[in-house]
Design a protein. Sequence first.
Lengths: 352, 352, 352
Amino acid sequence: MTASKTNTGNFFEDFAVGQVLQHATPRTITTGDVAVYNSLYGPRFAVQSSDAFAQAIGYPRTPVDDLIVFHTVFGKSVPDISLNAIANLGYAECRFLEAVYPGDTLSAASEVIGLRENSNRASGVVYVRTTGRNQRGQTVLEFVRWVMVRKRDSASPAPEAIVPKLAERVEPAMLGKAVPKLDRACYDDTLAGSSHRWADYVVGEKIDHADAMTLEEAEHQTATRLYQNTAKVHFNLHEQAQGQFKRRLVYGGVVISLARALSFNGLANAFHVAAINGGRHVAPCFAGDTVYAWSEVVETAEIPGRDDIGALRVRLTAVKNRTCADFPRQNDKGSYVDGVILDLDAWLVLPR
Amino acid sequence: MTASKTNTGNFFEDFAVGQVLQHATPRTITTGDVAVYNSLYGPRFAVQSSDAFAQAIGYPRTPVDDLIVFHTVFGKSVPDISLNAIANLGYAECRFLEAVYPGDTLSAASEVIGLRENSNRASGVVYVRTTGRNQRGQTVLEFVRWVMVRKRDSASPAPEAIVPKLAERVEPAMLGKAVPKLDRACYDDTLAGSSHRWADYVVGEKIDHADAMTLEEAEHQTATRLYQNTAKVHFNLHEQAQGQFKRRLVYGGVVISLARALSFNGLANAFHVAAINGGRHVAPCFAGDTVYAWSEVVETAEIPGRDDIGALRVRLTAVKNRTCADFPRQNDKGSYVDGVILDLDAWLVLPR
Amino acid sequence: MTASKTNTGNFFEDFAVGQVLQHATPRTITTGDVAVYNSLYGPRFAVQSSDAFAQAIGYPRTPVDDLIVFHTVFGKSVPDISLNAIANLGYAECRFLEAVYPGDTLSAASEVIGLRENSNRASGVVYVRTTGRNQRGQTVLEFVRWVMVRKRDSASPAPEAIVPKLAERVEPAMLGKAVPKLDRACYDDTLAGSSHRWADYVVGEKIDHADAMTLEEAEHQTATRLYQNTAKVHFNLHEQAQGQFKRRLVYGGVVISLARALSFNGLANAFHVAAINGGRHVAPCFAGDTVYAWSEVVETAEIPGRDDIGALRVRLTAVKNRTCADFPRQNDKGSYVDGVILDLDAWLVLPR
C-alpha cells in the first residue's frame, strides 16, 4: 500500500493512440505571473507591457505574453506525458488561437496521435497533440510534440507504429486568430521601439539581436516552477550530479523565452508569436551560460482577410557563450556549429 | 543621540507574561505575492491555482496559500520577538481560521504567554501566542511559538518561570473554519490531480513524495523577504561567515513551504493546511541542499458538522541530499537520522 | 542590409542640445511588479505595504514605491541615452510629482540639456532631463542625469560645450506634491513601526540602519530586468569576463533600493522619497557583496502649505562588507573610505 499514491508518470506502454489525457491543476494567470515572467526575461514588446498601448490599438488590455501561455500549457502536460521522458524531440503545428488576459484560467489536455517503439525496445516515441483552453472552453493554444519515453518493461509488446504526418509549417491563413482587428493608425512606432513594420523585412534578412543574458540556477528554476513544470532534471542537483551532465539542465522553454526577449532588438514590432512551426533544442543549456540570439527571415506572408497585420516566418537561433555577429547556425554539411542551443521556426505577427 | 532610533529588538528582560505586542507593517496580500510564492516553490493544488476550480466548489475565488498567510504573520513578529533569538524552538496550536483572499490586509500581534530563564542565565525561553488578523478584524490565523532569546544583561533578575500547557494536537472540531461548505460533486478529481480522497488514506500509510528541489541563495532570500522577515541569519553572509555555520541559514519556513509543495505528489487533494500541531527544524538547511519529503498518516478524523471534508493528520518529513524511499525519520532510539531537516505535524483537509 | 535593424544606441555625436527623445515601451505597473520588488529588497514602509494603512491616512490605495517609478523611468531611457555610456556620472533635481498606483502606465522622454566633449576627444558628457508620465499625461517624476558616452568617431567635430546649471538641492516648497493631504490622527505609529515623526529628527543625527543584505547574481539581474533596463554590464558575463572587473556589475539602482529598504530600521516613518538632490555611485558592487547602510540628517524643512508632513534631507550612505557603527563615508581629505559604494542626497517625507 505504501507509496501507491505517488505519481510515477506514464511509461511508453501506458499510451495508446486516440487516448485523451486531461491534465491536472488548471491555472489562473495573473498580473503577478506576468511580473515574474518579465523579471526573468526582460521582454519589452509594448503590446504586452502597456495597457494604454494595447488599448489604443484595439485590445481590451495587455494580453499575456504568448510564451507564458505556451509554457503553462506545456507544464501541465509534463506529469502525464514526459515525466519518464529521455528527450523532448520536437514540436510542430503550434498555434496561438485566442488572446489570454490576466484572470483567465488555463487548463490542458493531450491526445495521443502517434506511437513508435524504438529498435532498442527500451523506449519509444510518443506523439501528442496538446490543447490549452480558457475558462470559457475556448482553445487558446494547440501544439504537437513528440518525446522519447522509457518503457516500464522492455519485454512489453510493441504497439503498431503510427507516425502522424505533420505540417512543415502552419498556413498563413491560420495565423492571427489571437489578434483583434488593429487600429494601425494608433500603433505608435516610437513607443513600440522601431519604425520597421511588416513590409520592411525581406526574405533572407539576418538580424543580430546583439544583447545577451547569463543564466543563473535560481532564475531558470524560478521560471520553470512558475509554469508548474515538474520535470526533475531542472531542479534536482542531488540526482543530476550522478547523471550525464553532472548538473541541472535548463528547461528548453527558458531558452525560447530568453531568445524571444532578446529578439526585441531588431524585431520590436513583432509583438505576437502566432505559430511555432518547429523547434529543436540543439544542445543543453546550463546555469552560467550566456545566451545570445539572432533571427533570419525565411518567409513573409500576408494573412488572408487581414490588412492590419502581416506575418514573418523567422528562424530564431539561440547560441551560448559566443556572439552572433557571424550568424552561427549550421555548417556546410548541415550540422549545427558549436554553441548553437536552439533553432526555432516561428511565425511572428507585425503591424502593416 | 546617534543610533537611538535603530531597532535592536527585544531581549529576554523586555518580555513580561500578559504583555501584548502589536507588530508593525500590515501587509496587503496580492496576486503578485501569490505569483512570487508559486515561482519559488511550484505548488500545484488546484484550489489555490485556479479561480475557476475554486469557484466551482464554493469559494468566491482562489484563496491565498495557507503558508503565505503563516509566513507573513510570522515575519511580522520577528522584529519584536525573535530579532535576538538564538533558536526557534517550536510551534503549537496553529490554526487557520478564515480564508485569505488577494486584496486582504494582514496584521499581527503577539501575547507573551510564558517565560523561563535558562540555567546559564544568559538567555531564556519566551512563549508567545501570535494572532494574524485581516482588515475586518477577523482572526485568520493563530499559533504559539517559543524561542530562546538572549538576555541584555546576564545579571538581570529572572522572572517567575511560567510555561504554558500546550495541546498535543488541535481538536478535529476546531478544524475547517477557513473552508466554505464545499460542493463535492463539483470537485473534479482529474483536474485536482488525484482520485484519492479523504477516505482513501489510512493510518500508518507512508507516502514518498518522490520529487525534490535544490535550493539557491537567491531563492530562499527572495522568499524570506517576500514575508518581510528580517532575521539576519538568512541574509547577511558578511556576518554569518564569522559564525557557526560560515554561511547563511535557510529560513525554516522555506523548508516547510517546499515540503508542502512537494507533497502534492501523493496528497494532491489535501488542498488545505488546517492546523499545525507541532514542528521541529531538526537540522539547518543551506543553499545547495536538495530537499526531498515524505508523509506518514498518523490519524484520520471526521470534522463535526462537516460531511464535505475530512481531516488527515500527517507527519510531513523533509530531508536533504537523500531520497525518501526508505522513509527516513528517527532511529530505534528516537534520534533523528542524518539528513532529516523538518518534522512537521499538521492537519490537512481533503474533500470526502 | 543585414543587422541594420539592431539598435546600437546613440553615440555622443548623435545628441544635440534641445533634442527630445521619446523612449520606447510604456509600462503598466501592477501589483505583480510591486510583489517582485518587495521580494527583492524587503521594504517595510506601511504606506506602500498596506492598502488599509494607506487608505486610513488619505491615499486611495497603496501607492507604488517611489523607487519602482524611478527605476522604471530610468530603465526606459537606457537604450537611447546610455547604451554606449562609459559611466553614469550623477543625478540632480529628481522630484516625485504624482503618486503612481498599480494599473498606471508609465512612459518616459528625455531632453538633452547639455553636452561637453572630453579632452581626449573619444567621448563626451551628455546631460538629459528625463520625465516620466502616466497614462493621463501627468508628469510623475523628473530628474537630470549626466553620463559619459563614447563617440562613434573621435574625429567628429566637438559641439559647443553647454553645461547646465543644476540646483544644489530641491527647494522644500517643491516637495510633497505626490502626497495627498494626510490625516495625521489616523497615522498609526505602532503599525508603521516607529514613534519617531518628523520633529523627532535633528540635523547632524546619524542612524545606523544595522541590517544588511548579501546580493546574488540572480537577484540583481531579476531586479534590473523588472525595470526593463538593458544595460549589458549587468547581464552579460561572457562579455564582462573580458572587461575591467571580470564580472557583472550590479545596477546602481539596486544598491539605492536596497539601502532604502534597510533604512526602515531607524527611518520607519520616512514613507516617501520626495526628491533626490544628488547621488554618487562611489564604487562598484558585485554579487556576493553584503550591503549595509546608514543615514545622516543634514537638513530639516517645513513644506510650505503643509502642516501634515515635513521633510528631512538625509545623506544615505551604503557600504559593502563592513558595518556602519562608525558611520563610514569620507576621510579628512574628503576621499571616500574603502567600502563606501553609494552617497545619496535625498529629501524624505514624514508625518508631523
